[in-house]
Design a protein around this ligand. Structure first.
Ligand SMILES: C[S@@+](CC[C@H](N)C(=O)[O-])C[C@H]1O[C@@H](n2cnc3c(N)ncnc32)[C@H](O)[C@@H]1O
Length: 403
């Protein structure tokens, strides 16, 4: 299916930059010893993200080894997740750069800047020429130092951009005086850490507070790892925030400012994206003994804005793909969540489809936005379609290299 927007891959310069810092840190060690150090640290970090969940300023932002392990291994993936979320805001949800003057961005829990830099990189890749000013906040001063250095040393990747870092604890956002007037507010893989142990009201209040820092035309992108509890907590807080504040709307993942229905029905499934992500060579090399999933990026996302999302009629054929495409004996099928908030299975008989069309359907991804323009035979929660042309892609982001 033809992409509606393309993303250039993670820049090789960043991969090289992180590896260079790493070998300079331990000049006396050979490559294999260094790779093993990183592997041990990645196992520790993965346990912290998934099992122990103990987060404080010393978690992984206080030691060089932690920062270098994150920079080499995790950064390409959060960079990709951020690229996809921004692509949706830009390509489908109607975010626009101001006509003139700088674009102002705030990144909360920026760490060493994978997500901050992805914003700068992709805005430039999509032809946005405004100067960009980015405020980047984190409680790890060491991480912020790395962010400033990468930004400076690879500045040809994001010309005419300025980064201002500040050491702040996001748990006490209300105590911080921020100027507001942001075009984009971003938090990527960070809120779940500072929200650990918090109540829904507190989380919703944070989102409302951030909404007040947006320009009227501004958008907020909240990205979290695809873990059930974390995503449910994000969608619950977003739903409560828009309920309690009539100047805030949910743009994504669904339609008409609808909160995530999977969260509302306490479904055992949860909303998240699954997108391919070609790992840089170094990630592949580090992963050789770890066997972690590195070819996909999975993330939950909530995009909010102060402008109302475009209104789609309840009977519209628009849906978001929420499952992999399945190939069974005689059929191809996928699940989508529509404007009416109902999960529906879309199904094709394979015998009716040319091979080339089957291949195109199999290339659809969880998170793609599709308009079903055909006139499907409607069964309960199921739509039977006849041909590929029954679908019209509305948001189908793809890596540039794979066109
Ligand atoms: C998994 S990293 C994500 C970094 C970056 N946003 C990315 O997308 O790769 C989480 C970041 O959140 C920061 N963080 C967690 N809790 C925080 C808090 N209460 N205040 C400030 N920063 C926090 C950590 O220091 C860390 O840099």
């Amino acid at each position: 299916m033809k992409p509606t927007i393309t993303l250039p891959p993670y820049p090789g310069e960043l991969e090289d930059w992180w590896w260079k810092q790493t070998i300079q840190q331990w000049p006396e060690l050979g490559e294999e010893r260094i790779l093993n150090l990183l592997r041990q640290e990645i196992v520790r970090q993965s346990d912290r993200f998934n099992k122990t969940r103990d987060f404080d300023p010393s978690s992984y932002g206080a030691r060089d080894l932690s920062i270098l392990a994150y920079g080499n291994f995790y950064s390409p993936r959060t960079f990709a997740a951020c690229g996809y979320a921004l692509a949706e805001a830009f390509d489908y949800r109607g975010w626009r750069a101001p006509g003139k003057g700088p674009i102002r961005i705030l990144d909360l829990g920026c760490g060493t800047g994978a997500s901050s830099l992805a914003m700068l990189y992709y805005l430039r890749a999509w032809g946005i020429r405004n100067p960009i000013e980015l405020d980047a906040w984190d409680y790890s001063g060491k991480s912020l130092t790395f962010l400033r250095r990468i930004h400076r040393e690879a500045n040809h990747l994001w010309p005419d951009t300025r980064v201002l870092t500040e050491r702040k604890n996001l748990r006490h956002l209300d105590d911080h005086t921020a100027k507001g007037g942001y075009d984009l507010i971003l938090s990527s893989y960070a809120l779940n850490e500072c929200w650990e142990g918090s109540e829904e009201k507190e989380r919703a209040d944070t989102i409302i507070h951030l909404g007040n820092l947006l320009k009227d035309s501004g958008y907020m992108l909240l990205i979290e790892p695809a873990e059930g509890e974390v995503c449910r907590s994000l969608h619950g807080a977003s739903a409560r925030a828009v309920k309690e504040n009539d100047r805030l709307f949910i743009q994504a993942p669904y339609f008409n400012s609808m909160p995530c229905p999977l969260w509302q029905t306490e479904s055992k499934y949860f909303s998240h994206e699954v997108r391919p992500c070609t790992p840089p060579q170094k990630v592949d090399q580090i992963n050789q003994r770890l066997n972690l999933e590195i070819r996909e990026v999975k993330f939950g996302m909530s995009i909010l804005s102060r402008v109302r999302p475009r209104a789609l009629p309840e009977k519209s054929g628009m849906f978001r793909i929420i499952s992999p495409v399945r190939k069974r004996k005689g059929t191809l099928s996928l699940w989508g969540l529509g404007v009416d908030g109902i999960e529906r299975e879309y199904e094709w008989q394979r015998r009716n489809l040319p091979k080339e069309d089957q291949k195109l359907l199999l290339s659809l991804q969880r998170g793609d936005l599709i308009d079903c323009t055909g006139n499907p035979e409607q069964l309960v929660n199921r739509a039977r379609l006849k041909k590929l042309e029954d679908l019209s892609p509305k948001f189908v982001p793809r890596w540039k290299e794979s066109i």
